[in-house]
Design a protein around this ligand. Sequence first.
Ligand code: ARG
Length: 592
Amino acid sequence: MVAAHQLRQRLGALVAEAFAAEGVDPQFGAVQRSDRPDLAPFQCNGALAAAKQAKANPRAIGEAVKRRLDDNPIFEKVELAGPGFLNLTPADGALAEAAASLSTDPHLGAWQRPVDERQTIILDYGGPNVAKPLHVGHLRAAIIGESLKRLFRAVGDDVLGDIHLGDWGLQMGQLITQLAEEQPDLPYFDADFTGPYPTQSPVTVDDLAALYPRASAASKADPDRRAAAQAATMDLQQGRPGYRALWAHFVDVSKAALEADYAELGVTFDLWRGEASVQDRIGPLTERLKAKGVVTESEGALVIDVAREADKKTLNPVMMIKSNGSVGYHSTDVATIEERVEEFGAERIVYVVDQRQAQHFEEVFRAVERAGLIEADRLEHAGFGTMNGPDGRPFKTREGGVLRLRDLIDQVVEAARRRLAEGGFSADEDSAVREDTARKVGIAALKFGDLSNPRTSDYVFDVDRFVTFEGKTGPYLLYGVVRVRSVIAKAGERPDPAAPILLTDEAERQLVLEMSLYGDAVEAAYRRRLPHLICDHAYRLAQAFSRFYTHCRIGDEADPAVRASRLALALLTARQLEAALTLLGIDVPEKM
Ligand code: ARG
């Protein structure tokens, strides 16, 4: 059933019917948003393709279709242009119906996935590594992943977000051996350590953050240290009690800090699993796959061969167990897929991870398909591009290091604070409101600055541009919502959402038209995993409201019926704009 607010689809169905009546494949009747909005809001270009297929004259087909549509009151105007384009203008009545339908729709027009197609999806969008502070490399995963999670849920899927901590790799052995160098008297290094496990961690998160660079540098500079770190990693994985105790402390300390960082960004996870969660699965899984002949031995390691005849690049064999007995990134990802299917009934797994890991995922997906754990087409790597600095290279601090997320957030919040002050905001607000607003504006700037780029594109982190109130930015959209709300508040009468919609001005028509296209934006963003399409919609909607606000009196309109209609439109705009921002994970401040 096509709802009245699905205006494009409604017109499309009629045009398709007219095509069919002319003996032409109704598929050619598809209607799109016009790329000449000055001529008409919608267009159908199907007559050209249809004519080509039927070896007929496109204008003749267009003419015949137009004749069939002309009398339908849903159209204000049907025009034939050029070689056979149909320009379609809906009647005001159809627009008013669309607005009324939107205001009673619980999803405000957001597209919904057919009930029988809904899936249980695990979304993997964390990937921070224990002991290393969260840095900008994990920022995009968090921002895009949070948005996709909200989008998936909004259309009806069951979604579990998993942080998938990096807590089981070589860096754990590096940390252990580095700590052993620096504090050899700690009891954890005794081979016969059995406890007791102190409740207090011997390291703080800052200790850990400082320890890791020393550990990794030592491991790089000295082959013996690297070998020691590898041996310690294997001992840890095989259960050496002192190492396990240290490891547990490292994880606890990191988790607390991570939780705070993610909370600051408004990013949450349903599952706080990590690579280590699947440690007990890897052995048995590898054995089973060995019996099936999927896992084979290669130079002492147990691997799954994933190369194919037709491959243009060489894919590496997936290492389930390395020759020294340890497990790594491949094995934990393979076993995690088994866990997600068995324990959570995952029907689809989506990884929001840097595009540069594409080959890793290709290897893992192939291995998992060979292992028969899940069909490969249910595994998706939704990769993303790099956040670059002004020099066009991956973002670094001035000193050349990776910037910590916390510092980055402080930077955008500070910029937002300055902007707000320049706009005269701060003067008459108390400091709590001021601070809350600066935070929300800063985070919105950061998130929108990221999400408004197509997921796979690289983009340049530019605080000054992100925090401006003009143009396609987070603050512009927040300001849009705050302004609509204040227009409503100032009207001094509560808007009646059911007030009849009267379209008296072109700006009102444009506004309703824009709102009717929200469903398309949601559907396309969902299908292609592209949140920037929601950004585009939100931006167009905010602009349409701006024109409406400039051209039409709203709360101070003298005619009560027109005033009620305009207030209802303003309310609907605020609701849809907020819904779109919610899908992006962006919170709106009370004032701005
Ligand atoms: N910890 C990894 C990294 O920092 C990212 C993990 C992504 N998720 C996954 N299932 N592999 O590069």
